[in-house]
Design a protein around this ligand. Structure first.
Ligand code: FMN
Length: 177
């Protein structure tokens, strides 16, 4: 059973990741969710734990770990997929910042990494975000490009999370080669 680490950061689109986790589970993958602390305001660890049948992690500093969290998680992982990826988490990955479990896990994994950004169109087109994305792509991080359309805040443009089906398809391509 292939293992997917599913990182979730605090975009309003985080609720869609519940469906994404179900697709992986239905297809026989074991899914371990890692949430930023901010993401726990938008989607509950209990929901994801129920859907995936696995513990959900939000911090490195918990008694549940046998080893250090980021080390335990990375073992045998086939993919580290961050969906949705906020501007903030993209910035942390690009700059080697490791101040929470989602960003620390990025530095520790040996498997392929994929990000599905989701944010307001102004944020997505900001030069700081685009430079960070470019940097990560250069390093081999896979990106599921966001879609154009109406975003949750009412603005229109590019930045909406790609469809769950598209993220799933691209993730599977990477995992299955
Ligand atoms: C309701 C709500 C929705 C948000 N949606 C997004 C989003 O779609 N994309 C994004 O980059 N930031 C979004 N933010 C801002 C992030 O939550 C904020 O930058 C946060 O510091 C990111 O933390 P994290 O990356 O650790 O989850 C949203 C904030 C709130 C309150």
């Amino acid at each position: 059973m292939k293992k997917i680490i599913l990182g979730i950061s605090s975009s309003i689109s985080a609720y869609k990741t519940c469906d994404l986790s179900r697709l992986f589970v239905k297809d026989g993958y074991s899914v371990y969710c890692v949430l930023t602390e901010n993401a726990t305001h938008l989607v509950t660890p209990l929901t994801l734990q129920t859907l995936t049948g696995n513990p959900v992690y939000t911090t490195s500093f918990a008694a549940q770990w046998k080893e250090m969290g980021h080390i335990e998680l990375k073992q045998d992982a086939a993919l580290y997929l961050v969906a949705p990826a906020t501007a903030n988490i993209i910035g942390k990955f690009a700059n080697g910042i490791a101040d929470d479990l989602v960003s620390t896990t990025y530095l520790s994994v040996e498997c392929p990494v994929m990000m599905a950004p989701a944010m307001n169109p102004n944020m997505w087109s900001h030069v700081a975000v685009q430079e960070n994305v470019k940097r990560l792509k250069k390093r081999g991080v896979h990106f599921v490009e966001p879609e154009s359309g109406l975003v949750a805040c009412g603005d229109e443009g590019s930045g909406r999370l790609a469809s769950i089906d598209e993220i799933y398809r691209m993730a599977k391509d990477v995992v299955e080669g």
